[in-house]
Design a binder for this molecule. Structure first.
Ligand SMILES: Cc1cc2nc3c(=O)[nH]c(=O)nc-3n(C[C@H](O)[C@H](O)[C@H](O)COP(=O)(O)OP(=O)(O)OC[C@H]3O[C@@H](n4cnc5c(N)ncnc54)[C@H](O)[C@@H]3O)c2cc1C
Length: 508
């Protein structure tokens, strides 16, 4: 019987990132997938800024940025007429070290993660399927089947179900998957096209209730199209080709599709699982939540699930935290998943609503409003924060406490880049850390040394005040860089109480 700390089911982006994070922290993993190799279709195109910020902790961010394509602008077209252009270069300037929209197709992204995992000595066990598992109270026993039909039982402390929308893990823990399925049939195609203008930007074209998103991904004349199929054509999706779909939204754009590299159709669901955890089994990524691709959030949300749970598993496995730390995973990620599904549902329903009034608003009012309002720095910033997931917080979590200035427990630390110092520079570490903007008192310095927590002190500047940080306060950051505790007094006693009350003992 093979043993491991965490058995990860599914080597999509969620499982791969979970394995990378755990391995980096010295937790043993087995990562199995029933497929023969990584996904070969692009699916998710955008890697959001928050994902890149957290990829810095694995040393992946710069390589992903170099391999991806920074989209300069998004154009909106309605029935062949150009209605608005939103500049995306530096859209999040001052908010994130990654202030752009990075296109990096999911197939390449997965291959990249597989290579990084191999470099850490972990191979994805392909053609290996989870058949069933049993929670034995202090461990999990899982029955796995290999490509030749041989079965084995694997023992693990925890089971991470990263096994996609049809998750067996979810079925086995008996968790529902409430929500629904959109009426519209989607298609996705990789094409060689000419006439796209501007050729190297992203475009969204509406024609009545259909839409087509065209993403350029850095290779001359190649585009990824994602669109909806007219109802009357959607009855037999298996026999559809690119010739059958998409032409309405393309009408008037003078685009010639010269070659279709691949094409497929798919249904979109909006659902969130009832439980993110049952005993020793956890659900992450599409196994826990699915929604429309509006806003490009699905894959990124799965990756953030993986990171959220990985540091908690590591702390528990290493004996630095009691098992109740794992309860916070469901509290933090389920609330976000519900919010995300609601928002993307509203956006998608608006984009595809039928009827003259909906056409009018979508075709005239919305692009006009967006085109004008986007020129305001505030709206641009607001949209960037939402879409990049940099606005996500865990205020309601049992791990979040205190407030100093405008920053409270559960917040993402505001980034304040100055000429000679960047407060995000230390966030490349995986581990607890304390930030003080101003002066750290001697007791706090001693406390950090005793608890093996790195202390980063930044000379006080007005820019910190403007970002909402308080002078001389202590900000205790979790290993995934969210603020755990904000204490205006910077008092070691408050920090000790915070750790004690949450069953955290970092000095083991
Ligand atoms: C056409 C399309 C377009 C999309 N566009 C976007 C977008 O623009 N932006 C965005 O963010 N997201 C997008 N998504 C969603 C995105 O692709 C998913 O959110 C993402 O793939 C989820 O990753 P995951 O690792 O959670 O699951 P998956 O990628 O589904 O991976 C699950 C893995 O588990 C394996 N598995 C399943 N059951 C078992 C078992 N019993 N034993 C062993 N292995 C098993 C499967 O083989 C698979 O490899 C799109 C999806 C589709 C289909």
């Amino acid at each position: 019987m093979k043993k491991t700390d965490v058995l990860i089911i599914g080597a999509g982006p969620t499982g791969l990132v979970h394995a990378l994070w755990l391995t980096k922290q010295g937790v043993t993993v087995r990562l199995i997938d029933k497929s023969r190799g990584p996904g070969e279709t692009s699916r998710a195109m955008v890697v959001q800024a928050r994902t890149l910020e957290l990829y810095r902790q694995l040393g992946l961010a710069e390589a992903v940025v170099a391999a991806g394509y920074q989209t300069p602008a998004m154009n909106m077209w309605v029935q062949g007429k150009h209605k608005a252009q939103l500049q995306l270069v530096d859209a999040g300037k001052g908010i994130s070290p990654y202030p752009f929209v990075l296109v990096f197709p999911q197939d390449r992204h997965e291959r990249f993660l597989v290579e990084r995992l191999q470099a850490l000595g972990v191979e994805v066990e392909r053609q290996t399927e989870l058949l069933s598992f049993e929670d034995k109270g202090d461990h999990v026993e899982a029955v796995l089947q290999h490509y030749d039909g041989q079965q084995e039982t694997c023992t693990a402390l925890y089971l991470a179900g990263c096994d996609g929308a049809r998750s067996l893990v979810r079925h086995q823990i008996g968790s529902g998957f409430e929500g629904g399925t959109y009426r519209q049939l989607f298609y996705v195609a990789d094409v060689v096209a000419s006439g796209v203008n501007p050729a190297n930007e992203a475009h969204i074209a509406f024609d009545k209730s259909e839409f087509l998103l065209m993403m350029y991904y850095g290779q001359a004349s190649q585009y990824r199209f994602i669109g909806t199929v007219r109802d009357e054509r959607a009855e037999h999706p298996e026999s559809l080709t690119f010739e059958d779909v998409g032409h309405e939204a393309l009408t008037g754009l003078n685009i010639q599709v010269e070659q279709v590299n691949w094409f497929s159709t798919y249904r979109v669901h909006h659902r969130v699982t009832d439980y993110f955890r049952r005993g020793r089994a956890f659900l992450l990524g599409d196994a826990a939540h699915v929604h429309s691709p509006a806003g490009g959030q699905g894959m990124n949300t799965g990756i953030l699930d993986a990171i959220n749970l990985a540091w908690k598993f590591a702390a528990v496995v290493k004996g630095q935290a009691s098992a109740r730390l794992l309860d916070s995973y469901e509290v933090e990620r389920q609330a976000f998943a519900h919010k995300l599904v609601e928002t993307t549902d509203r956006l998608f329903t608006f984009a595809t609503a039928e009827g003259g009034f909906a056409d009018f608003v979508r075709g005239n009012i919305a692009p006009l409003f967006l085109g004008i309002a986007y020129k305001s720095e505030h709206l641009r910033e607001y949209l960037f924060r939402i879409i990049s997931q940099t606005t996500l917080n865990y205020h309601e979590s049992p791990l979040s406490a205190g407030k100093a200035g405008d920053v409270q427990g559960g917040d993402r630390l505001p980034r304040v880049p100055l000429l000679d110092v960047d407060n995000y520079a230390p966030l490349t570490e995986i581990g607890w850390q304390v930030h003080v903007y101003g002066e750290a008192n001697a007791d706090l310095q001693t406390w950090c040394t005793q608890h093996l927590i790195s202390l980063h002190v930044f000379d006080w500047q007005l820019a910190y005040h403007k970002a909402g940080l308080a002078k001389n306060a202590a900000y205790l950051l979790r290993p995934d860089t969210y603020v755990a505790l904000a204490d205006p007094a910077g008092s070691p006693a408050t920090l000790s109480r915070y750790l004690r009350e949450r069953g955290l003992n970092l000095i083991v």
